[in-house]
Write a protein that binds this ligand. Structure first.
Ligand SMILES: Nc1ncnc2c1ncn2[C@@H]1O[C@H](COP(=O)(O)OP(=O)(O)OP(=O)(O)O)[C@@H](O)[C@H]1O
Length: 262
């Protein structure tokens, strides 16, 4: 996927010398990158290389030991995400950010209907008009290609692929600017995966979303991300445009990673 950054002047997320180590080599160390509006950044690397720990730290879920994460809000304010008040951080999470987990039920409420799962996020940002909430829920069911007549069903009655679509709808209904995804297609059948990836790609472009996506699947990374960050044992060993990194890997670890899927 290519990305044209001609009109954007400031990153939506700036990660500066970030470190969080549980033990030497466990976690991540000295990671820096910028994410621009409308850009998708893929984080790849083997199991245990620190991808999820890094994702947690940049999405305000794990306070890092060193470094800073700065988010530029919709109004243009630069917010250091671990310095702002907890209240403001929670508000950002509900409005301007979204997170898509690998296990859809981790991001859904199992005892609430599909429509309720979508509507709940609108209510959390102050929407109280039942008719409007219902209309938006139906619209988002259809946006993620879920049958509208399943709107009153519980997510536990959905297939894994459908649950993942619902989780995406719940995240996107409030029109966020920044989405974090942790292996969003992991655990799904290959054909279900392909359709979901197609949908994600379309939504990312239509909504001009900035996305950080963690995956160990280089196919997913190639399809969705503009830029890649390759991690090995908690360190970024290579970063660059996705096609360059995958077609002409410079670091021996990236070369190994790429050759292992050929
Ligand atoms: N809460 C924790 N306490 C101690 N060590 C942890 C904790 N969470 C993760 N680790 C360790 O940190 C390292 C990085 O884990 P992390 O989950 O970030 O890797 P990952 O690249 O996302 O792996 P995977 O692809 O398997 O999910 C691993 O060695 C893991 O065992």
């Amino acid at each position: 996927m290519t990305h044209d950054r001609t009109t954007e002047d400031a990153p939506v997320l700036a990660v500066d010398h970030l470190t969080h180590l549980y033990a030497p080599g466990k976690g991540f160390e000295d990671v820096s990158f910028n994410l621009w509006p409308g850009e998708v950044l893929g984080i790849v690397g083997e199991s245990g290389s620190g991808k999820t720990t890094l994702l947690n730290a940049i999405s305000a879920r794990l306070e890092p030991q060193q470094g800073s994460v700065t988010y530029r809000s919709r109004t243009g304010e630069a917010l250091s995400i671990y310095s702002i008040a907890e209240r403001q951080r929670r508000l950002l999470m509900r409005t301007e950010w979204g997170i898509v987990w690998q296990q859809p039920l981790a991001g859904l409420r199992a005892a609430v209907s599909a429509g309720g799962n979508i509507g709940e996020r609108l209510m959390a940002v102050g929407d109280r008009h039942y008719g409007h909430i219902r209309k938006q829920a139906l619209k988002w069911m259809s946006n993620v290609e879920l049958p509208e007549n399943r709107v009153d069903d519980l997510p536990t009655t959905f297939s894994g692929g459908m649950q993942q679509r619902l989780q995406i709808a719940r995240n996107l209904v409030t029109g966020p600017r920044l989405i974090f995804m942790d292996e969003p297609t992991g655990g799904l059948d290959v054909s279900v995966q392909a359709r979901l990836l197609d949908l994600l790609r379309t939504l990312v472009v239509e909504m001009q979303l900035a996305v950080v996506i963690v995956t160990h699947d280089l196919g997913v990374a190639r399809l969705l991300s503009h830029r890649l960050l390759v991690m090995q044992r908690g360190r970024v060993v290579e970063q660059g445009l996705t096609d360059r990194v995958l077609d002409d890997p410079h670091h021996p670890y990236t070369q190994l990673l790429v050759s292992s899927v050929l």
